[in-house]
Design a protein around this ligand. Sequence first.
Ligand code: ADP
Length: 629
Amino acid sequence: MAKKQFKAESKKLLDMMINSIYTHKEIFLREIISNSSDALDKLCYKALTEDGVGVSREDLYIKVTIDKENRIVKVSDNGIGMTEEELEKNLGTIARSGSLNFKNDMEKKEEIDIIGQFGVGFYSAFMVADKVTVITKAFGSDKAYCWESNGADGYTITETGKEGYGTDIYMKLKEDGEDERYSDYLEVYMLRGLIKKYSDYIRYPIKMDIEKSRKVEKPDSDKPEYEKYIEEETINSMVPLWQRGKDEVTEEDLNNFYKEKYFDTKDPALTIRADVEGAFSYKALLFIPENTPMGYYTKEYQKGLELYSSGVMIMDSCEDLIPEHFRFVKGVVDSQDLSLNISREMLQHNRQLTAIKNNIEKKVKQELKKLLNNDPERYEKFYQSFGLQLKYGIVADYGAHRELLKDLILYYTSNEKKMITLERYVETMPEGQEYIYYACGESVSKIDNLPQTEPLKDKGYSILYMTDEVDEFVINMLGEIDGKKFKSINDKDLGIETEEEKSDIEAKQEENQVMLDYLRDCLDGKVTAVRLSNKLKSHPVCLTTDGEVSLEMEKYFATIPGDHPDIKAQRVLEINPTHKAFYMLQDTWQLDKDRCAKLGKLLYNQALLIADISIENPAEYTDLFWELI
Ligand code: ADP
């Protein structure tokens, strides 16, 4: 019979498996067992949702057998099996596999990364075996087929005989090499260890024949005698972690489960267990990763929790179980109340699901709050990874979730020099402070250098430093905290001047109005006003805005696609009337108006530099500087 060639992508993967330098070859058993477990799930699901299948969950199992003489490890299951077409489709090409996306140029990536990061499926058998034989009979069919392959040079499919339905996988182990001892996989202790390590929570018994010995009573001899016998044992504990009592599961168990299931190398930042009894009972085991997963803030990221009903998985990524603002939560929900033969479309509008989702939302919030109070350092780590998500959550849906989320967000403050909650900011406001002050910029240090921060710092008022684009939208959405309104340090009136100071600056403004208007006009519409300001202490100028649109918002809208001509900040050039630059302006105004205009231009450009906005014509600016000096 002619050999069929593997599809191109499969071939690459296969080559990789065969020549693998990957140290965790042992995961082949986990992969093969997981496939068996899936096949049992599928049959179980069929039995629960269709009439007359006549299979009961208790009959389903996986068996691992060792044939030392022929160097074969065999994994059998009485699951759904495969038809000839399925065999061809599933084992002839890896592109079908849901767990791998090989399209992102595999060549360039480190082999090890790929293998470490994903479940690698059936082909991993070739890491340890030089020949793999699959004998399978689909449930309800009377024909069995044999798929066989020695690796890269292709595979054959022939009709064969097999008792009962299900699948047997025979892996003929490679010969031992200098560094590799494949023979180890022929030892019971080894396979048993691997099953315990990787497949303990598989919800079907994984059986092995274990050799035991027992004492034989011989009345006429005083020496005890022993005889060997074989007993079939279930190796895995089967009950999933989330079904076990809290005291039966260690933190290490949970961490291992998480890392194994979600391909993370780090322990989760937070593990949440829920066991809810009531109108809708469910158990949940939830995790929050420590680091932001790759591609988390993109559309490609798949949110969702695994949904089980009485131990049978009915959906592997149920989006309706977790609100968007907590989409970083991973894990499992198991509810016996869900009806199994409900269609997936119906599930989406299911009241039970909504109830569970609301419940989970509350629980996650509670646990995050607890972490924030009890272990602020760890909370900050979490916040670094997912704080942005919380902020998006506040802005989303017209602010529908702001009450839930507002006490979970943190900002760096100038007084405490660390991240604190808004609640804490308000609590620690000194007597007389009316507003929550904030400043936006690219980084904490850049904001800290803004001249406008000086008068507030002088008064001992703390300023929130905001470095995310979304921050001002968050502020707008929140409006106030405990009755205290937010105020930008760029605001015309910071609310800290005395009446005397106010009228003083107004008088000065009036005295110089003609010059200031002239300077504004000479700036060709770049600013809506040139103004004298009490806000500045040691610096000559700063750039502020009038109206709703801030400089940061303008920058933000400039980065997103589309035309937003109206979203421009109304810039104001503020000048410090006690700075020598101002005296120079006044003097020049009397002598040479042209030169005064040039000084104004120079100061405007300097204000841009201070605000971290690039100047339009740096060469012109430099020439101007040297002309005037
Ligand atoms: P994945 O499990 O990620 O989908 P695999 O390469 O491990 O990819 O397996 C490919 C497909 O082969 C599976 O999706 C399944 O349809 C089929 N398959 C593998 N092992 C078995 C088995 N023991 N019983 C039935 N079908 C199987």
